[in-house]
Design a protein around this ligand. Structure first.
Ligand SMILES: CC(C)(COP(=O)(O)OP(=O)(O)OC[C@H]1O[C@@H](n2cnc3c(N)ncnc32)[C@H](O)[C@@H]1OP(=O)(O)O)[C@@H](O)C(=O)NCCC(=O)NCCS
Length: 152
C-alpha cells in the first residue's frame, strides 16, 4: 500500500494525534495533541503533512505574519527518514507559502542538528544569528542558529 506517491496537504484537526505519535518516536520534545490542534485551527499558523495513502510520514509547522514566516519544526517519522520526504515537504511548503505572498522564511535549529542543517542549507537558507544556550537537550545547553531564506 505504501508504494504510492506521497501526498502534500494542509493538516486536519484529526491529524493531531498522529503528529504527536511521530514526535514521540523521533524528537527530543513533544506536546499534547491539543497544541497541534490549536496550530491547525489558527489562521496565522500553518501545518502541512505529507502522507502515503492514510499514513502521515512527516509534517511541518510554523507561523505567518504579513510576508514573512517562522518555521517551527519539520519532522519526518523515524521509520521513514532518508527517503527524501523532508526535502519534498520543505519544497512544497515553500511553494504553498510563496503563493500566499510570503517571501521570507526564518527558522531556528540546534547547532548540533546536522541532518536539519544540511537540509536547510540545501534549500539556500543562510545563517543570520546565534542564540546562545537556546536549547536544553539531555541537560546540555546548546546554541540555536537562526537561518533565513528570501524568495524573490
Ligand atoms: C531533519 C529531518 C526532517 C530530515 O528528514 P528526512 O526525510 O530524513 O530528510 P531527506 O531524506 O529528505 O533528506 C534531505 C536532506 O537532509 C539532509 N539529511 C537528512 N538526513 C541526514 C543525515 N542523517 N545526515 C546528514 N544529512 C542528512 C541531507 O542534506 C539530505 O539531502 P541528501 O539526501 O541530498 O543528502 C529528519 O532527520 C527529522 O525528522 N529529524 C528529527 C526532527 C528534527 O530535528 N527536525 C529539525 C528541527 S525541527
Amino acid at each position: 500500500m505504501n508504494n504510492s506517491l506521497p501526498n502534500f496537504r494542509e493538516a486536519r484537526i484529526d491529524d493531531a494525534q498522529k503528529i504527536t505519535e511521530i514526535m514521540s518516536r523521533g524528537y527530543h520534545q513533544n506536546w499534547e495533541p491539543d497544541y497541534y490542534r490549536n496550530l491547525i485551527s489558527d489562521d496565522n499558523s500553518f501545518v502541512y503533512v505529507l502522507s502515503l495513502v492514510e499514513e502521515i510520514v512527516g509534517f511541518i509547522t510554523g507561523k505567518k505574519a504579513e510576508d514573512t514566516c517562522d518555521i517551527y519544526m519539520i519532522v519526518v517519522d523515524i521509520k521513514h527518514r532518508r527517503k527524501g520526504f523532508a526535502n519534498l515537504l520543505l519544497h512544497k511548503t515553500i511553494i504553498a507559502l510563496s503563493a500566499l505572498q510570503i517571501k521570507e522564511f526564518f527558522l531556528e535549529v540546534a547547532e548540533t542538528n546536522n541532518q536539519a542543517i544540511n537540509l536547510y542549507k540545501k534549500y539556500g537558507f543562510r545563517a543570520v544569528s546565534r542564540r546562545i544556550g537556546y536549547y536544553k537537550i539531555s541537560n546540555e545547553n546548546i546554541d540555536a542558529i537562526v537561518y533565513r531564506l528570501v524568495k524573490k
